[in-house]
Write a protein that binds this ligand. Structure first.
Ligand code: ACO
Length: 331
C-alpha cells in the first residue's frame, strides 16, 4: 500500500465517521466491513440480511458491524423523506415506497437523514446507478453546481512531477462534456480533494491543446473562459489555463510557453477539458508510467458518496471508505 493510502487510513481513524455500505450482501463488501471495524477506520452499516451476510463470510467477525435489513425495519420515514424531496419532480408516494427498497436509495437516504456520514457502493452496480440517487437526494455542496470526480495519481518513487510524484486529475469519470462553468466547479472541487485527501497544496492547471492562445478553436475558448471565470469565483486558488500538458508540468517548457504563469511548470492538479481526455489521460499515466490511480473519488456532493470500480478488491473498498470518511470530516 502506498504511503498516501496509509496516511488516508490513519487520518480516517481519527475522523470516526459512520459509512453505509449499500451492497451489504456482497462478499468483498462484507470482508471490507470486517477489516474497517477491526482497524477502527470507521463505523460501518451494511444494508442486507444478517443470515445471508453471515453465511457468505462465516469467518469474518461482524460483531462491531451494524446490519440494517430493509425487510425487517420500518422504512416509512425514508419513503416520506424521499417523497418530500422528489414530489416536485413528479414522484408519487407509491414510487417512493418502492424506491426505498433499493439499497442505493436507502443508503443515500440514511446519509441525507444524518444517520450516516457517507455512502460507498459500486462493487456490483454501474457508476450511473450509484450516482443518480445521490444526485437526486443529496445534491451539490453550497457554491458548487456540478458533481464530478478525481483520481489521485501516485507516480513511482523519485518522480518530481506534481507534488513529489503526487497529482490530482479531474474529471475522469462523471461529466462527459462539461461547460466552462462546470470546468470551474471541477477545478474548485479537485483542488479541495487535493488538500483534504492527497494532503497537497493545490496548483491547478486547466488543460488544453493550446497554451495561452497558441491555437485558436472553440474548444480552446471554453478552457480560456473557464480560467477567467475561475479567477473571479476562486481568486485565492493558484490556478492557470489554458495550458498544454507539458507547459503545465515541465518547468523548462513552462518558461518558454507561459513565462508569466505562476502555476505552469509546477501544476499538481490537472483539469481535463472533457471526459474523453480525462478518462484516457488517467489510464495512460496509470499504464505507461506505472502510477497508482486512487479513485474515482466523487466530489462536489453536499455529503460524500463514492463509487467503487466493479473490479474492486476488499482492500480497495477499505481505502474508498477511508477517503469517504475524510471527505465527511472536511465537508
Ligand atoms: N452534477 C450535479 N447534478 C447532476 C449531474 C452532475 N454532474 N448530473 C446530473 N445531475 C442532476 C440532474 O440535474 C438531475 O437533477 P434533478 O432530477 O433533481 O433535476 C439528477 O442529477 C438526475 O439527472 P439524470 O439526468 O437523471 O442523471 P443522468 O442519467 O444524466 O446521470 C450521471 C448522471 C450518472 C453522472 C451520467 O452523467 C453518467 O452516467 N456519466 C458518465 C459515467 C460514466 O460512465 N463514467 C465512466 C466510467 S467510470 C471510470 O472509468 C472510472
Amino acid at each position: 500500500m502506498s504511503t498516501l493510502l496509509e496516511s488516508v487510513r490513519e487520518k480516517a481513524k481519527k475522523a470516526r465517521k459512520h459509512i453505509v455500505l449499500a451492497e451489504g450482501e456482497e462478499e468483498r463488501i462484507i470482508r471490507a466491513a470486517g477489516m474497517i471495524v477491526a482497524e477502527k477506520i470507521a463505523k460501518v452499516t451494511l444494508i442486507g440480511n444478517r443470515d445471508v451476510i453471515s453465511e457468505k463470510c462465516p469467518s469474518v467477525d461482524l460483531s462491531g458491524v451494524n446490519i440494517f435489513d430493509p425487510m425487517k425495519n420500518d422504512l416509512s420515514k425514508y419513503s416520506e423523506l424521499l417523497y418530500e424531496l422528489r414530489k416536485a419532480k413528479g414522484m408519487q408516494k407509491s414510487d417512493a415506497d418502492k424506491l426505498v427498497l433499493n439499497p442505493l436509495y436507502l443508503g443515500v437516504l440514511m446519509v441525507k437523514s444524518k444517520e450516516a456520514d457517507g455512502m460507498v457502493a459500486g462493487a456490483i452496480n454501474a457508476t450511473g446507478d450509484v450516482l443518480r440517487p445521490a444526485l437526486q437526494i443529496i445534491k451539490t455542496a453550497p457554491g458548487i453546481n456540478t458533481v464530478s470526480s478525481c483520481f489521485i495519481m501516485v507516480l513511482p518513487k523519485g518522480s518530481t512531477y506534481g507534488d513529489n510524484g503526487v497529482l490530482v486529475f479531474g474529471d475522469c469519470a462523471v461529466n462527459p462534456n462539461p461547460t466552462a462553468e462546470q470546468l470551474v466547479d471541477i477545478a474548485v472541487a479537485s483542488a479541495a480533494s487535493a488538500k483534504s485527501i492527497a494532503g497537497i497544496s493545490p496548483k491547478v492547471a486547466l488543460l488544453s491543446f493550446s497554451t495561452k492562445g497558441s491555437a485558436r478553436h472553440e474548444l480552446v475558448d471554453k478552457v480560456a473562459q473557464a480560467t477567467e471565470l475561475a479567477h473571479k469565483i476562486a481568486p485565492d486558488l493558484e490556478l492557470d489555463g489554458e495550458l498544454q500538458l507539458d507547459a503545465a508540468i515541465v518547468d523548462k517548457v513552462a518558461k518558454l510557453k507561459a513565462p508569466q504563469s505562476k502555476v505552469a511548470g509546477h501544476a499538481n492538479v490537472l483539469i481535463f477539458p472533457d471526459l474523453q481526455a480525462g478518462n484516457i489521460g488517467y489510464k495512460l499515466v496509470q499504464r505507461f508510467a506505472n502510477a497508482e490511480a486512487v479513485g474515482p473519488i466523487c466530489q462536489g456532493f453536499n455529503q460524500p458518496v463514492n463509487d467503487l470500480s466493479r473490479g474492486c478488491s476488499a482492500e480497495d473498498v477499505v481505502n474508498v471508505v477511508a477517503m469517504t470518511a475524510l471527505q465527511a470530516l472536511y465537508k
